[in-house]
Design a binder for this molecule. Structure first.
Ligand code: ZN
Ligand code: ZN
Length: 175
């Protein structure tokens, strides 16, 4: 029974599932998403499964949960190395904003790790996620990677495929 990485917090008082108030095992939490059995219902779920994928060193999951237009720009080996070399110490979801924009959501989080001096440190970030409709009209959440340099002009159609101009859609969140 392996506790799901996304349920581990560096803050002992903080429990991710206060309702359950019991440990959530990996196979009941992020594993079905990593195996492609479940699809993230919300941006927060996608954020959790991506954090767990870093801990489990599943770089493919990190790549295919990034907006398709950005996937080719990712360095999978660098992701794998970073995932492997970081001593992950827990996740805390600070805030989930499900409706940041028409299709966008934001998750503020702290991803904890143990610094070289043994102290607890955290990547404190606000990540943007975008909901994309596929051909079957079903929604899929993707991570909008702010670090990939995109050669898309403000007037071009948005990279998420919404049909709107980039500057009025995801471009707002990629500055
Ligand atoms: Zn989990
Ligand atoms: Zn967009």
């Amino acid at each position: 029974m392996q506790l799901c990485p996304c349920q581990v917090s560096a803050k002992p008082a903080f429990l991710a599932s206060p309702v359950l108030n019991q440990p959530v095992v990996y196979s009941d939490c992020c594993q079905p998403y990593h195996q492609g059995i479940s699809k993230a219902e919300t941006a927060e779920r996608l954020m959790r499964t991506r954090y767990s994928a870093f801990v489990q060193v599943l770089p493919e999951y990190i790549v295919h949960t990034t907006l398709p237009a950005q996937q080719a720009l990712l360095d999978i080996e660098a992701i794998e190395q970073w995932a492997r070399e970081t001593p992950w110490a827990g996740l805390e979801i600070v805030e989930h904003t499900p409706k940041l924009g028409k299709r966008q959501a934001q998750v503020e989080f702290k991803a904890y790790y143990t610094a070289p001096n043994g102290a607890q440190a955290a990547h404190h970030e606000r990540s943007t996620f975008v909901k994309v409709k596929d051909k079957a009209n079903s929604d899929t959440w993707y991570f909008l990677d702010p670090t990939t340099a995109m050669s898309v002009s403000q007037k071009q159609p948005c990279i998420c495929g919404s049909g709107e101009k980039f500057k009025r859609c995801c471009g707002v969140y990629l500055v």
